[in-house]
Design a binder for this molecule. Sequence first.
Ligand code: UT7
Length: 323
Amino acid sequence: MIRARIIGCGAFLPDNVVTNDDLAKRVDTSDAWIQERTGIRQRYIAKEGQNTSDLALGAARAALTDAGIDAGEIDFVIVATTTPDRSFPSVATMVQSRLGMSHGAAFDVQAVCSGFIYGLSLADSLIRTGQARTILLIGAETMSRLLDWSDRATCVLFGDGAGAVVLQAHDGKGDNSDQGILNTRIYSDGRLHDLLYTDGGVSLSRSAGLLRMQGKEVFKHAVTNIAAAIEASAAAAGIPISAVDWFVPHQANQRILDGTARRLGIDPARVVSTVASHGNTSAASVPLALVTAVKDGRIKRGNLVLLEAMGAGFTWGACLLRW
Ligand code: UT7
């Protein structure tokens, strides 16, 4: 059985760190409020002229180096993003060209904060059905460009960044001992689209618009949906949740991470949290957290890892893999 194995990963963050105290100079907020309600201490914000494709390219190069392969081996470039440089062409085609590639196919996936999990699901299918051998999957965002910097309820939450993985086909036995993606589960419920959205868009207003969120409502659904996706993924593999070595969640709010862990009886020490330093980077958040835990030695070859996310739409999902 063909498995999609992650053979390399990498991250890229802008240089510019913005602390909670920096934000308190712009809106009526405080470091204490932000830390207590979200766990966020700082976020990285791209400078003017530094765009999503620049961050995506940085993460892509780091992942290719880590994998020890050349761009010539890549069949597909997929970028999960909701903040593309332009309405078109896709960020993925920009990355493809800047990697010196003129072969294969490149396209973006838009599922907001769940984009990377959706991308993993797609990449897994493409590899297992033999349509691709090697895929570069990137989550990259400049969420700062969608923020209303006068709205304290949203502007303190988000950050910019990118993370990438290289997935490659490998032969497996077809059981849970295989390295690579064991299963993915993706979901959406479009009835809830008006709890988190932009107030503009190409067709609607000829501009991107700004992010609007009913935070409390989103919060309520987050723990339930994420917990359900984790349970579905573990059940599909026929393993108890306690068998998972590392949980790598979307980093929206430390209280969501803690609430999900409590609900499922997960040891918080098994949950990778980068929300304090990255804030919510939407589709970049899961790969950024994954890279952090791989590079600091927590996630080791052979570990069972469960990635999960939930975002606007609503969209949500999970991916169980053996590292
Ligand atoms: O990535 C996609 C998924 N997104 C999420 O998962 C986000 C989910 N939601 C959340 O994380 C939380 O709901 C927030 C962090 C957005 C808000 O936390 P909360 O505990 O739900 O606070 P709240 O919205 O109920 O606001 C409590 C109070 C309000 O004041 P009053 O009405 O009690 O006087 C807000 O006006 O806190 C006020 N407030 C702030 N105060 C200081 C809201 N934002 C701020 C702020 N600084 N930045």
